[in-house]
Design a protein around this ligand. Sequence first.
Ligand code: CA
Length: 376
Amino acid sequence: MRALFRNTFSAAMRLDIRLLEYALAKAPAALPLTGQDGASTVQCMGIVSKIACVVLLSASSVFLGATNVIFDTDMGNDIDDVVALTMLYKYCGEGSARLLAVATNKDHPNSAEFLRIMNAHYGHADTPVCVGKTGKTKWDKLFCTPVCAMKDSNGNPKFPRADASVVREAVKGLREALSKAPDNSVVYISVGFSSNIAALMESEADEHSPLGGRDLAAKKIKMFSVMGGNFSDANYREYNVAGDIPAAKKFFENPPSDIVFAGYEIGMQTFYPLGRAEEFLGKDNPAAAACAAFMSNTGEKGSTARLRPNWDPSAVLAAVEPEYFEYSPKGDVFVGSGGETSFKQNPKGKCYFIMPLDKEGAKKVSERIMLKASGM
Ligand SMILES: [Ca+2]
């Protein structure tokens, strides 16, 4: 076991599922059986083996439980948020994650509308969509607006939306979701600006909880998984940090719970092939449509081989399957005036970051992300 587990019990339980998947994949071939991942095929010896394998996997999923997840995104700015979210849906479908809420910190209405489309398509129509009026990146043109505008042959919206009743003001929605969760059970994945988290930390007692936001977060969130910063270059002004420096400073320098960082440099080590999104995700799929729109609207139309760095997907993988990475010791993260991030080792610190991958590790992470960001 290479990983530094923060939650040994749940990580061990997730490992059990993978051991079963491995056993299935290695079973002698006789009867083909489509695997849970869709993109892969596992084979079992015969009818009896097939039934036994399915029963084992099903029983494991029920027994092993799921990680409670909140996904906070700047959906609409870059396409890797879409890849990351499809991974989460996959984990939910497999029983290894439970999506408590999604939140957007991109201040454009079609960011939230696209999230309602995604949630409806992937069977999460009841999941709260928390919308932050952050004032950050108020433009939108790359994929949210184009996908929201798509029509079917009758001129109706191509993709159904989750009902507008699921929309919440960000802080209210996040407080509601956290208050309903068991203590120390939530993994909060942040793959955009820290605006919503900073606002949550400053919030006061309300009808959902008598606790202030910082105390509520500390009580309910066992860890944050953050795509942000650069831990190989202390002068680098990473986008998610530079986009809301005061919020990042408030959050990173005094976090309510542990933070694992997937830095810019980790995302740059593996890539998702946008040109194969429809092959991986299926036709009439809003995520595939978003990938196509992104390629078209960023001047890459016609490319079948475009590779997009796995920044946000790395944060999802670290949240749900942490054993795919190795980690730094604990320490403190500081945010510079221009959005630079620096790390200082401190055994009492709450921050740590994913270590750069070797060649074999990068191959495994790349394959795992492609597998999880495919099919349903
Ligand atoms: Ca993002």
